[in-house]
Each structure stands twice: as C-alpha cells, then as structure tokens.
Write a protein that binds this ligand. Structure first.
Ligand code: NAD
Length: 444
C-alpha cells in the first residue's frame, strides 16, 4: 500500500529516507527549518554528497512523489506516518541533546489540537535517542494533542554514510519498537519493499529498540578502538597490526569488518552515541566500563597521531608546509562532523604549519570553518606541492595508488604520516619515502 509520509528533519538521514520511500512509491513531504536547504532540494540539488542520491532525488521530484517544505502543518495534517529525523547532538556530559525532538513533538501536538485530524497519526522516531525518549514524546502528545490518536514508535536508523542509499534500499534489518498492533502493521507494510531479500523486520518493545541502536554503534566503535589500542602495542613491539588484523579477522567468530586500525573514528554518530550510552547508563546507575574505554582510546589515538607528526619536527612546524589528503570523516561522504582530520589540522595550525588540504567532497564544509587559514587544493597532487609532510586522514580510493615518483618530486621532503594505512611498506621504501603509519613498523 502507498502511504503519505512526512519527514521532519531533512539532513543525512531524513533526505535519504525520504528519497528512498518515494522511490518505492510513497508520497513524501520533507520538512526542515533550513529554508535555503529546502529551496535547493526543490530545485533538485541534493545538498549533501551521497552516492546515487542526486539522480534518485531528481527522478522522484519529476514524478511528484517527493516535495520539500518549511511548513510543518501540511505534513501533520496530511501524513499517515510522520518520521522524526532530527539532530540529537551531544549535550552536557555527553548526554544526547533532545531539544529538537521535544520541540518538534510539542509543535506537532499543538498543530494536531487545532487541525482536528480524524485518522490516527503514527509518529516514528528515527533519530538516535536514549531509552525513554519515545515515552517522553508520548507524554507530550497525551498532554497537548487534544483528542487526536497518536502512536509513538521507536524505529532507529542504521544507515551508514557513503552507503546510505544501499543501506536504506537493502537494510540488514528493520527494528520497530512498539507494543501497539496498528503501527507495527503499518510500518511492517511500509518497509516490505526494502526487505525482499529476506532481511528481518523485528518488532521489539520500544526500550529495547532504543537501546539496540546505541548498542550497535557502541559495539562497532569497540572493534575499532580495540584495534587502535592494539596498534600502539604493535608499534612499540615492532609488530604489524595489518597482519594481526588478517589473522584475527579470519576467525569466523570475529569476522574481518571494522578491524582496521587508524587515527581514530569520527563522524556524527560513533563519538556522540558512545558518549550518550555511557551517560544514559550512568543516569541509571550502571557503569558501561568497556564503552567508556572505547571513547578514551579513540581520543588518545587521534591525539597520539597528531603528536607523532609534531614530534617529527621537534615540536614546531614554523616555516613548514603540511599537506592533508582527506577531510571527510570517512570516504563516500562530505560529512566532517567530528572528523579526525580536523583535530590533526588544529594540531598542525597550533604548531604553526602552513596547511594545504584536499578532499573530493568535503572541502567546502571545511572552508566554512577554517576560511583562509588553510589552502584548498583542486587535487591531491596540488595539495602535496612543496609539502614537508603529507598526512593521509581519509582513505578515499583515489589516494590509494598515487604516482609515487611524481609525489616525491612535488614534495619538499619525502615524509608521509598515513592515518589510514593505505600504502604498502615496501612500496614506500622502494620510492624513498620516510613513512609512518598506524600500528606498523615505520619506514625510515
Ligand atoms: P543532520 O544534522 O544531517 O540533519 C538534521 C536536520 O534536521 C537538519 O537539516 C536540520 O536543519 C533539521 N532540523 C533541526 N531542527 C529542526 C526542526 N525543529 N524542525 C525541522 N527540521 C529541523 O542529522 P542526521 O545526520 O540526519 O542525523 C539525524 C539523526 O539520525 C540523529 O539522531 C543521528 O544520530 C541519527 N542517525 C544518523 C546517521 C548518520 O549517518 N548521519 C545514521 C543513523 C542515525
């Protein structure tokens, strides 16, 4: 069945969700407070970089299945399902800041009271939120929405930036948190086109659904921090973390994914979600010791990597030029929220370096923060021009096979700090680079 869907919050999650729902035939109205974003989206410009998004947006705009607006009222009056894809950034002490979710819930409740809707509204929370948020939202509707029938459901989003369209069209699972039959039936029907390959749709109680999202991100971050922690050990004892990774990842009970050591995780999810689940558990008197350590290891790893670069220059990069390849928190996105590259850049600036940067998608977002403090190159070779050190911060595929003789010629000194282990040690040795990576022996 085709549904009318309202999406509130048209960012990385809301936009992809909206476009994918339109693609399978639903009528979607996306709402956002950012009027410029809405204007661009209505003219077919996707605003964010995500593989496959632009043509899908255009196709569904042309077919009239998706529209964008700043007016919440239309979405509230017309939708069968209203999805909250709102930001939940880190607040005090790492707790998720729920103001956007609560504000919108209150606005929707106020609108419902004046609109006198006759059919039930399903409010779906796709933002990542602490346990009990669905109940808090429900309390707002009970107190303020008059006689309208509203079901509040937790339905966490598991998409991964860079693969967001594919993750949404072919999810590994769908988690619906509700004890009510009506929203469970509607949402199961809504998601059917996405699970044709047999991916499960789990209907959980809402608290378990809320915890599932945090638990998944915390466990993925744990794998990364475990390997990053081990990388320091490997560096110290002269072992190679990549060999260790292959050896342990071949064990079926462990698996090969998320075992790559690097300069630390970033992005809009892992850092904030790890802190938020620790904080939420603490509020309930439970110490999540492992997850707490995951955050500490990550903070240390990013700092340690920056420090290794600064130390190579005796503590100051005055008069030196540093090139940074990759700014996005990972390849495939223009998202720079909590990107490790930014911490490295800050350390380089503090150490008085001139910094030249290149990223195929994220440089405009970085420019909004750093302005004229950085030189923004049009390609990665230009960034390396005259550099005393090259730093790899994001493993974009285009960086993996550079013309090494050309790179050596362009750079002032053949010195590379690779935070993503994208080059082979013997290749670096062969081409005369001094090469430092993460958890592997240095080539000097
Ligand atoms: P985002 O910042 O990209 O998008 C949020 C959007 O909401 C923005 O466009 C903003 O303008 C809009 N907004 C803010 N307040 C509003 C309001 N009062 N009314 C209408 N619109 C409003 O965030 P995101 O990355 O899409 O994340 C949204 C949620 O999904 C977060 O809770 C996040 O943790 C979770 N999540 C994100 C990802 C991811 O990879 N980005 C994956 C899974 C879950």
């Amino acid at each position: 069945m085709s549904y009318k869907i309202g999406i509130v919050g048209t960012g990385y999650v809301g936009l992809v969700t909206g476009v994918c729902l339109a693609e399978v035939g639903h009528t979607v109205l996306c709402v956002d407070i950012d009027a410029e974003k809405i204007r661009q989206l209505n003219s077919g410009h996707p605003v964010i970089f995500e593989k496959g998004l632009a043509p899908m947006l255009r196709r569904n705009l042309d077919a009239g299945r998706i529209r964008f607006t700043t007016h919440l009222e239309t979405a509230v009056s017309d939708s069968d399902v209203l999805m909250f894809c709102l930001p939940t950034p880190p607040g005090a002490g790492g707790a998720a800041d729920l103001r956007a979710v609560m504000d919108v819930a209150a606005q929707v409740a106020g609108l419902l009271k004046s609109l006198n809707r006759t059919h039930p509204l399903i409010v779906v929370n796709r933002s990542t939120v602490p346990v009990g948020t669905a109940q808090k939202v429900r309390d707002i509707f009970s107190a303020q929405a008059g006689d309208s029938t509203v079901y509040v459901v937790s339905n966490p989003e598991f998409l991964s930036e860079g693969y967001a369209i594919d993750d949404t069209m072919n999810p590994s699972r769908v988690v619906i948190g509700t004890s009510d039959e009506y929203p469970a039936t509607v949402l199961t029907d809504l998601y059917q086109p996405f699970v044709q390959t047999g991916a499960p749709i789990f209907v959980f109680d809402e608290r378990s659904a809320e915890v599932t999202k945090y638990a998944a991100n915390a466990l993925l971050a744990t794998k990364i921090s475990f390997m990053n922690n081990l990388s320091e050990y490997c560096e110290t004892i002269g072992a190679d973390i990549d060999q260790v990774r292959l050896g342990v990842g071949a064990e079926p009970r462990i698996g090969p994914q998320f075992l790559f050591a690097g300069l630390g995780y970033g992005g809009s999810c892992f850092p904030k979600d790890v802190k938020a689940i620790v904080n939420d558990a603490e509020q309930h008197g439970v110490a999540l010791q492992i997850v707490k350590a995951v955050h500490e290891v990550n903070t240390r790893q990013i700092h340690r990597f920056s420090q290794r670069i600064i130390n190579a220059f005796g503590g100051s990069l005055q008069g030196k030029t540093a090139a940074v390849w990759g700014l996005a928190f990972k390849p495939g996105t223009d998202d720079i929220r909590e990107a490790p590259s930014l911490e490295v850049i800050n350390a380089l600036i503090d150490a008085k370096a001139s910094v030249r940067v290149y990223d195929p998608e994220a440089h405009l977002n970085v420019k909004k923060i750093y302005g004229a403090r950085l030189h923004y190159s049009d390609d990665h070779y230009d960034a390396a021009m005259g550099a005393d050190v090259l730093i790899i911060a994001t493993e974009w595929p285009m960086f993996r096979n550079p013309d090494l003789p050309k790179l050596r010629e362009l750079m002032k000194q053949p010195l590379i700090f690779d935070g993503r282990n994208i080059f082979q040690l013997d290749k670096m040795r062969e081409h005369g680079f001094e090469y430092h990576s993460v958890g592997r022996p240095s080539v000097v």
